[in-house]
Write a protein of this length. Structure first.
Length: 148
């Protein structure tokens, strides 16, 4: 091999390396542009999602206020109906005997029957209560015993 042939090979290698660097730079530029577009699309999607969430939150708040108003109206109707029924019942009839004149309270009766070993269903059947009410009375007793 002579020297001129070696120079041609070195020159060809240099040209190929420059071309490779050029292709690499172009690839990096395209990749950067693509990542910017992707970031902008994500930001736009997040902005639209935030607007939808704010819209949904406003709707929920309106629904909550409407329900609160309905509840107030229903409570007023219930109170007026109760007053009407009390006035129709007459002055001699009350809502029932005083709670203290009944004897032991239902909660005390539930506790007593539970201490005797009766199940929740048996207690409910004996006192004419729903089993959930019996469970609630027992839970109240347990919680009041736990509190100092």
């Amino acid at each position: 091999m002579t020297l001129p042939h070696l120079e041609y090979w070195i020159m060809a290698q240099l040209i190929l390396e420059v071309a490779l660097i050029f292709v690499l730079v172009m690839f990096l530029i395209k990749l950067r542009a693509m990542s910017r577009r992707l970031q902008e699309a994500e930001d736009h999607a997040v902005g639209a999602g935030g607007a939808k969430m704010a819209e949904a939150l406003a709707r929920l708040e309106e629904n909550r206020q409407a329900l609160a108003q309905r509840l107030t109206v229903l409570e007023e109707k219930l109170l007026s109906r109760g007053d009407r029924q009390a006035s129709l019942a007459g002055p001699g009839r009350g809502a029932g005997p005083e709670p203290g004149s009944q004897g032991p309270s239902l909660r005390a009766q539930v506790e007593d029957l539970h201490l005797r070993g009766l199940s929740v269903g048996e207690i409910a059947k004996q006192l004419g209560l729903h089993p959930t009410e019996v469970k609630m009375a027992l839970d109240l007793t347990r919680l009041s015993a736990e509190l100092p």
